[in-house]
Structures are given as C-alpha cells and as structure tokens.
Design a binder for this molecule. Structure first.
Ligand code: COA
Length: 600
C-alpha cells in the first residue's frame, strides 16, 4: 500500500510506524502538518491509498478526509475525545487505558473506530514515558490491525464486530494549569508526583521557586533517609540539592525536582516560544549554592534517587557491573558528561568481566544537551559555540573511556531510543543490545548538518564498513531495532518490549561474563584495540572530527545554530525535510493512480 504519514512532527511514534510499515513492504512517505494547502498538495502528489495521522494537533481538512481514507491515532480508549487524553487519564489515576485508531471526520476523535488496543498503566509513570512505551506499542498493534481491515477503494473497514465505548464518552478540553496547580500546604507527595507526571514533557506544572515562576518536570520521591534529614522543614520549603535537582518538602515527605522551565515571560517574548528546559540547580544557581549538597555514592539502594547508579551481580570471576545514567530526556550536559566520565574511571577499579552501560529508562542518550548549550547564549562571556565545543569534548571523553576499557566486555543495553551522539556513544561499546521497541537515529545531519563526533568515524565503519556507514549517515532516517540488527548496528534485539528488557539483558550479561573463552575474547579485544591504535590513533579520529565540528560551531554557515534554536524552542516546521517527503522528490512518479479519489 501507499501510506502517507501526516504528522505534526516526526516524533518517536511516527518514526516507529514509519520503520515498521516500510519493513512490511508498504510505500511510506511523510508530510508534516503545516497547512491545509500543503496537506492537499502532498495527497495530490503521492496519491496514497490511505493517510495515517499518528500525531496531530489540528483537524485534517475535509478536502482530504472526504476523498481519501484518513486514519487518526488517538492516545485514548474508544469514546475518549480531546487534546489532553493522557493528562486527564493520569490525573484520574486510571489503571487501564488504550489507543484507538479512528477515521477522520468533521469532529475531533469522533469517526468510526477501526481498531483499538488496551494497556495497563504503569503506576507512577510520567506522561512522556507512557507515550513512548505503552501508547507507542498499543498504537503499533492497533494500526497494523486497522490496516488489515483496509480494503483498497472502500470507505468502511472490513467488519470485526462492534467496538464498545470505554472512555468518559465526552470531549475533555485542553487541561488548564488551574487543574494542575500544586498546593504545597495540602497536597501529599503522591499527589504532587502525579500532577508533575501528568504534565511531563509538555507543558509542565506552573509553580514558583523562591518566588520566581517556573514549570516543573522530572520529579522523584525522596527516600526515608532524606526525609529524616529534612523532617523539620515546612511544606513547600526548598532544603537541599543533588546533581541537577532541588529537594522540596511536601506535607508528608519530600521530592527531588530535576528540571524546570523558567516562566518569566521574557523568553516567550524574545523567542516567540517557551523557555528552555534546564537543570533546576542551573536555573536557580545562586539560591541553590546556599543549600547543602546531599550527594550519594554510585553504589547504593535503589530507592535513593540520583542520575547515576552502579551495582554488580554474579559470582566472582563472572561478575557483571551495571551502570545506569538516567539523564532527563537523554540529553547530556557538560556536567553530566563529567559525572559519567568520573563514574567510568571509578568503575575501572572494580573487578568485573562485563560492564553494562544501561543509559536511562526512557532514552539511552540523545547526545549533547542542546537546551544547556542554547542557555549559554544569555551568559556574559559565554556563547552557544563555546558551550557546544565544551559539550562535544566532554561527551568525547565519555566515549574514549568506553573505547579504551579493554579489560572487560562492554555492553550498551538500550532501554529506550538513542539519537545522534547518543547513538554513537552506544556504538563505542563492544556489544549493543536493545528491545524491539527501540528506534535509533544514527546520524547527525538533521541538526543543521552537524558532522558529529563521539569517535563515530572509528566505531561505525569498524561495525558495518565504510560504504554502509556513509549510507546510514546520508540517509538520516530512523532505524527500528529489528532493522538495525539486520544492518549490523545492533548485535541483539529482544522480543518483549521495555518491561522485559532489563531482566533479559541482566541474564544475557551474566551468561556473557561466564563464557569459558572469555579470557581469549578479552585478549583478542585488547589486541584489536592495540592494532587499531597503531594503524590510526583514536586521538587522530577525534582531532579530525573536531575540526569539522569547529566549522559547524564557529564557521560561516550558521545552520547548526539555527537548527538547534528551532529544536529547543519547538518552532513550527515550515516545510517537510526532503528525505522524509518522498512524494516531493523530483524523480517521484506514482506508478499507478492512488486508490483514494484524486484531488482536483
Ligand atoms: N538536548 C536537549 N534536549 C533534547 C535532546 C538533546 N540532545 N534530544 C532530545 N531532547 C528533548 C526534547 O527537547 C524533548 O523535550 P520535551 O521534554 O520538552 O518533550 C525530549 O527530549 C524528547 O525529544 P523528542 O524530539 O520529542 O523525541 P523523539 O523521540 O521524538 O525524537 C530524536 C528523538 C533523537 C530524533 C530527537 O530528540 C533529536 O533530534 N534530538 C537531538 C539529537 C541531537 O542532534 N543531538 C545533538 C548532537 S549529538
């Protein structure tokens, strides 16, 4: 079939569907939802059998849905309607939810249901996490089922039995901030966590720190030990700092708040968009400096939150080290890279046979922290170019630690997606494992033609060869995990999704640590590294990459700075990138007319 993906942005769900539908042999092109006339033009050019809308913020024009079957993915159960479906569901505390694929008609979310898929809601999960895991997985199942019901040329789905409405059965509006407001004098910890989780990603909960309005994200309950240290503080008081986070007291506990968007209105006026999402300790640096730093060791109990954690398991001689680096949104600031580097240097001293680099629960890594870099623009004596330079050197240091760890097998275990430099950080490990829901973006060009670093010119060709490396970099397309295995970018892709992945990766790491020929494998690894170093030192790869990056950061062409600015401020797209919009390629000619009626 010829399927046009019409989407507000090419987000994780759109990328997953794009990869899966292509893998099934469908001809898939993408048009970003920019304007009705642009959508009409895309349909006229591509002549799709059907239009699939995974993520829309506006209605599909009647000129399109009245002539071509348009299926919309709604992140709610049948009967649920409105733009804040997940926010309302999480605020209600529903235990079960679902995703519906329905036909576009005049009213929002009101057309015939073609398929839907239920899921259980993970207690405590944030909106973004539910979207990336359960919603995406259920959407994949529901879309594939809906496509099975599609009979080319027909307007009705093939019969499947009546679909019963499960949701509130009414339109629920965009959730206002008043609904999300935290009452620090009355709300208990669970309520505050739920409010922040339901607004995670976007738009955040509007609150104030030291009287300065800001939106809150990335909240974690404090442990009993932390609570004992701040028991006398009044509800609402800010009492300590750790990593990126500030500790705030509630009526019955306390929580760490890792990231905020300052809401001073200034950024909105200057940039026409919302402010940057930054570490709370960075935004409130002066006030935070006066608070005690309650740091914790890398090896500690699970319930004691911090971004980094290390633990070990397995018998002596076949022991596995497991390093989590759960950086919010997978974005790695200079500070976070330095912390990770320190952790890796300390890990070297541990006697283990396998080191698992587990990244974060939501993302493995998305490379250098672009919000942090953008923020440098506003600091006297600093600049985005200088901050980019420091950040890329800091992440290169992390990659170097991994590449030179030759006395044990290193494994990157991807619990979530990885993009740009974050993807190449994973490829610095000996083995890369993921689950079937993971999407990789192993390229940099989408960020204003960045050349990229993280020693990719060494680690990518060593895996897949020069020609394939060039193709991956140039195509700049997402790769779903099963395809990434076929292409050699991943060594293994486990069935069972994110929930089963950690246990699967632990078991496999244990088995790897216990293979009888491990000493030979390690000798071979060290020999290969030494031979590679003799052929061309890692320092030279880095130098060559950084020369190109220097041009990206400081050169005449401002593409990277423009692309980064657009990305962090979520500026609306003005056009669909040509590598996604196949129908706009000069050599695209539909071989046969689409089965949907043509636009005139
Ligand atoms: N720095 C800072 N924030 C980042 C980030 C980065 N490198 N990469 C992603 N994010 C943030 C996004 O701003 C977004 O924030 P939100 O909480 O306000 O929603 C969140 O992470 C999720 O990103 P999103 O783009 O919505 O996720 P996706 O799964 O749809 O797309 C990518 C994944 C990797 C394709 C996309 O995030 C991307 O292009 N990131 C930039 C990668 C990059 O160029 N890094 C620098 C070069 S190394």
């Amino acid at each position: 079939m010829r399927v046009l993906l019409l989407t507000h942005s090419f987000n994780s769900l759109s990328q997953r569907l794009f990869g899966l539908l292509r893998a099934q042999g469908h001809e898939v092109s993408v048009e970003l939802d920019i304007a009705d006339a642009v959508t009409e033009e895309a349909v006229a050019l591509f002549r799709p059998d059907l239009v699939l809308a995974p993520f829309l913020k506006r209605r599909i024009p009647a000129s399109v849905w009245s002539r071509t079957v348009c299926l919309v993915v709604h992140p709610g159960v049948p009967g649920d309607q409105g733009p804040s479906a997940l926010d309302w569901m999480l605020m209600r505390g529903d235990a079960h939810w679902g995703v519906t694929v329905l036909q576009a008609v005049q009213d929002y979310d009101a057309g015939e249901v073609w398929a839907w898929e239920p899921f259980d809601v993970r207690p405590g999960a944030t909106k973004s996490s539910v979207y990336r895991r359960e919603v995406t997985q259920a959407a994949v199942v529901a879309v594939l089922r809906a496509l099975q019901r599609f009979v080319p040329g027909q307007w009705q789905p093939a019969p499947e039995g009546a679909v019963v409405a499960h949701g509130p059965g009414r339109w629920l509006p965009l959730m206002p901030q008043a609904e999300r407001r935290i009452d620090w004098q009355h709300d208990d910890t669970a309520t505050v966590l739920r409010k922040i989780a339901a607004a995670d990603g976007f738009p955040g909960v509007l609150d104030a720190f030291w009287g300065q309005p800001c939106r809150l994200f990335d909240a974690h309950a404090a442990s009993g030990a932390v609570l004992a240290r701040c028991a006398v503080a009044a509800p609402g008081a800010l009492v300590a700092r750790r990593g990126p986070a500030l500790l705030r007291r509630t009526v019955d506990g306390a929580l760490w708040i890792g990231h905020v968007r300052p809401d001073d209105g200034q950024a909105a006026r200057a940039d026409g968009a919302s402010a940057l999402k930054l570490a709370a300790t960075r935004v409130f640096a002066a006030q935070a400096a006066a608070l005690p730093a309650w740091e914790v060791p890398l090896m500690r109990d699970d319930y004691e939150w911090d971004e980094l954690r290390y633990h070990e398991f397995g018998p002596e001689g076949a022991r596995v080290g497991w390093l989590d680096f759960d950086f919010h949104n997978g974005a790695m600031s200079e500070r976070q890279c330095q912390r990770l580097c320190d952790a890796l240097r300390w890990v070297r001293s541990r006697s283990t046979q396998v080191l698992v680099l587990a990244g974060g629960a939501e993302f493995f890594s998305n490379g250098i922290h672009l919000h942090d870099i953008e923020a440098a623009q506003r600091i006297d004596g600093d600049s985005a170019a200088d901050a980019s330079w420091r950040a890329i050197n800091a992440i290169d240091d992390v990659a170097l630690e991994i590449l030179t760890l030759t006395d044990r097998i290193t494994v990157a275990a991807l619990q979530g997606n990885a993009g740009a430099g974050g993807c190449f950080l994973a490829l610095a490990a000996d083995e890369v494992w993921a689950h079937e829901g993971v999407v990789l973006n192993p390229h940099y060009k989408n960020m204003g033609n960045l050349y990229g670093s993280e020693y990719w010119t060494y680690s990518l060709p060593r895996r897949i060869g020069e020609a394939a490396s060039r193709a991956v970099m140039q195509q700049r397309l997402p790769l779903v995990a099963p395809l990434a295995v076929q292409r050699g970018l991943l060594d293994a892709c486990f069935a069972g999704g994110a929930d089963a992945f950690v246990a699967q990766a632990r078991a496999r790491a244990l088995a790897l640590a216990a293979v009888p020929d491990l000493p030979q494998r390690l000798q071979q690894k060290a020999r290969r590294r030494a031979a590679d170093e003799a052929r061309k030192p890692l320092a030279r790869y880095r130098e060559e990459e950084l020369q190109r990056m220097q041009r990206n950061f400081y050169g005449f062409d401002p593409s990277y700075h423009v692309a980064r600015h657009h990305f962090v401020y979520r500026k609306p797209h003005a056009w669909t990138p040509r590598h996604l919009a196949l129908h706009r390629a000069l050599d695209f000619h539909p071989l046969e007319p689409g089965l949907g009626a043509e636009l005139t």
